[in-house]
Write a protein that binds this ligand. Structure first.
Ligand code: NAD
Ligand code: ZN
Ligand code: ZN
Length: 367
């Protein structure tokens, strides 16, 4: 079968992959569509400390092809979104609804594929850029068959990462204000979750100006050019301390929340500078393992500001994915509009160019 393999240096489409049989609690999913997330590009660029050669991709939806003999919640023919969390289901974090903290969900590499007899790793416990993949049963979330699989695929990472950061990690309250750096597949979902939560000021920031209309379509109330040197001042003018005073004592004024979907030191610094008293920066973007950021201690202590990270929207897939699909079916969140373009797997490099140009919401690869 076909799949996109990163060999530690280059990435290419191969034919001739084989996949092992499922274990008792595993499922083989026939991938229908897979979104290209920025984390896939980071993997292909060698930024992640994970082994290769591996089959790329981790944001997918498809049809259950085969189940292990202990799988009960899905059966062949079911449509599923594949979550990347291969959680154990038994530890204190799984029991507490925090499977993103389950120790089995990181560094749990295996080699379920072979190519010309050589073993090939999976990526993010998913490997969605292949015609079929094998995942744990807990990773499959059944969805109604009327949800287009090209839209559903994006829920597997970008959607849950952005929306979950707002719902779970931050728990934004109605009437609050927020700043969102990076209007990509993740940032757009931060924006639409903020709207669902009733945030009243949602300021989107991107260096690509074409993103303004997308940001506003998803719920942003303002858009700022991320290249502006006076960005912090501009945010103060939108959310001033007082009508005639953009910032007050100890940098009062600004926003309650800043979501950093970029992870660049200048962005994280600005995010902290834009917070009102009591505000929090939520870092979602993934930087290189040794990349550092800086900020003023005084901002944290004075007054009660913070910086937190968020992995995969801190979600519990079987709880949060059906909720998001429900919001979509009620018309409260947009999924179809996230699909800027679809590419048959043979044209996967066009999807990469689309993402790197910064102009697409999501490019989706189909099988
Ligand atoms: N924490 C997690 O679990 C998790 C999950 C998925 C993705 N990610 C990470 O989130 C980040 C975003 O992913 P994505 O798929 O949305 O990427 P994307 O490429 O779709 O979007 C990134 C956006 O950021 C913009 N941008 C770049 N530099 C900027 C700057 N200095 N200021 C403002 N905007 C800027 C780009 O123009 C683009 O619109 C990536 O780092 C990705 O690896 C993290
Ligand atoms: Zn666990
Ligand atoms: Zn991702």
């Amino acid at each position: 079968m076909k799949g996109i393999v990163y060999d530690g240096k280059t990435t290419s489409l191969v034919d001739g992959l084989t996949l092992r049989e499922p274990g008792p609690r595993e499922v083989i999913v026939q991938i229908a569509a897979a979104g290209l997330c920025h984390s896939d590009i980071s993997y292909m660029n060698g930024l992640y400390p994970v082994p290769s050669p591996g089959v790329c991709g981790h944001e997918a939806a498809g049809v259950v092809a085969q189940v292990g003999n202990a799988v009960t919640h899905v059966q062949p023919g079911d449509h599923v979104i594949v979550a990347t969390l291969a959680a154990c289901g038994f530890c204190e974090f799984c029991m507490d609804g925090r499977p993103t903290l389950c120790r089995s969900t990181l560094a749990n590499w295996s080699q379920p594929f072979t190519l010309d007899g050589a073993p090939i790793y999976n990526f993010a416990a998913t490997s969605a850029f292949a015609e079929r993949t094998v995942v744990r049963d807990v990773q499959c979330v059944k969805i109604p068959k009327d949800v287009p699989l090209t839209s559903a695929a994006l829920v597997g990472c970008g959607v849950v990462t952005g929306m979950g950061a707002v719902f779970n990690r931050a728990n934004v309250k109605r009437g609050q204000s927020a700043l969102v750096f990076g209007v990509g597949g993740v940032g757009l979902n931060v924006i639409q979750a903020l709207k669902v939560q009733g945030a009243t000021t949602i300021i989107a920031v991107d260096t690509v100006l074409e993103k303004e209309s997308l940001a506003k379509q998803f719920g942003a109330t303002h858009f700022l050019d991320g290249r502006r040197e006076d960005l912090v001042t501009a945010v103060g003018e939108i959310m001033p301390y007082k009508d005639d005073m953009p910032r007050g004592p100890f940098n009062a004024g600004g926003v309650n929340w800043a979501f950093d979907c970029v992870a660049h030191p200048a962005v994280t610094y600005n995010a902290l500078e834009c917070l009102d008293w009591g505000g929090t920066v939520v870092v979602i973007g993934v930087a290189g393992q040794t990349a550092e950021f800086k900020g003023l201690y005084g901002r944290l202590t004075q007054v009660d500001r913070g910086i937190i990270g968020c992995r995969y929207g801190s979600i519990s897939p079987q709880r949060d994915i059906p909720y998001i699909i429900d919001l979509y079916r009620r018309g409260d969140v947009l999924l179809d509009e996230l699909v800027s373009a679809t590419f048959p797997v043979g044209n996967w490099e066009d999807a990469v160019h689309g993402l790197e140009s910064g102009t697409v919401a999501r490019a989706v690869i189909t099988f």
